[in-house]
Design a protein around this ligand. Sequence first.
Ligand code: GDP
Ligand code: IMO
Ligand code: MG
Length: 422
Amino acid sequence: MANTILVGAQWGDEGKGKIIDVLTESSDIVVRSQGGANAGHTVIVGDKKFVLHLIPSGILRPDKICVIGNGVVIDPLSLLEEIDQLKQMKVKVGSNLMISETAHVVFPYHQELDGIREKNKGKNKIGTTKRGIGPAYGDKAARVGLRMIDLIIPDRLEARLKIRIRENNAVIKAWGGKPLSFNKVLADYTEAGKRLKPFVKNTVVYLHHALQDKKNILFEGAQGTFLDIDHGTYPYVTSSNTTAGGACTGSGVPPHRMDRVLGVMKAYTTRVGEGPMPTQNQEVGDLLHGMGREYGATTGRARRCGWFDSVITRHAAMVNGFDELAITNLDGLDTCEKIQVCTGYRVGRVKFDYLPNDIEALALCEPIYQEFPGWQTSTEKCASWKQLPTKARQYLKAITELTTGKLRIVSIGPDRAQTIFV
Ligand code: GDP
Ligand code: IMO
Ligand code: MG
């Protein structure tokens, strides 16, 4: 398999983890290049359920190498918890995991500030995962962040952390938050640094050697296109570039070495957190929540649900340059009598088929729907394209065409086996 960038085409939780797990079989290396422990990627293998936050979903296949790239922000305590949990579930985590020396570290003051900023925003809150993501990327851009290379050198960690805690405690106190104990943070992070040191490497050089050796690399996107700091529904976004370009900057692999971009999208739309979502629909939410589906993998929050919105997926195809598409959760629509697909937006009498940049304008948009007949039969056991009901195939073809792309994968259940290659 060629070097592939996998990107979410909606607002995250598209089923990326499942597709990554399937594609890892034909890859050598899986790389995370942005985001942090805000991600929650679910992989079901047999009767076991894994939720990966910082570690690439490729870790479940022991002969593959997993890399946490320079563009990721790492909470070392959360990462160690994840490693311990995986080991308890008999998953190998050792020389198969590498962490970039230059990835930035998330500290407890980032999480405290994330909470304070959300509280101060009141009804305008973003609905973040409170994992400290925004403040950590803020420090990176402000050039005051600490990186993994700093974490594993105890003297350096102590000297830099002292300044950071002093500065952040002043802000935390001013906003009525709970100041942090320097000694406690230092002790926890020194210990974490000791445990993580064997994993910390120059991953850029490693990946370049791998390219020379013609290894196949899979880039595991986190979040989704409309949570991108530049291309998403700002300010209701995360703080990294979740779109295809982020895979290059966040790993050090140049654009011309990338062979294809695979967009992953659900057969409907979901969003967790605040911000506009034109096709949000109570009926779809009731249907999916009623099946016990669409609860956040990281925070457990109920996801907002709605019909498929081809205005946003078309925009995602444009920004990311999708060569191919994977459509997941088709089975979620199995019982619908009628299915709506948003083909454009309307504000009053004015119609348009693109995404407005101003989210206040987007909030005024009403979806224009095209109706499709439901197939009203279970797709969960379909083993090939031909076995899918005709109406399901028509629906898949229609949303693929509206998005603009080539359909490659259809997912009809959370298990590895419930995957159809088209
Ligand atoms: P990610 O963040 O993009 O990896 O997605 P999440 O893991 O947060 O959410 C996707 C959810 O859908 C998880 O519970 C998956 O197990 C589940 N899932 C993925 N693909 C399918 C599918 O085709 N059908 C069903 N029923 N569930 C799926
Ligand atoms: P995966 O990789 C869905 C959302 C949060 C919030 C906004 C900002 O599992 O698809 P942050 O904590 O990043 O500052 O929150 O982004 N968000 C996600 N929504 N899936 C994710 O990741 C998300 N990561 C962040 O809910 O609206
Ligand atoms: Mg998720």
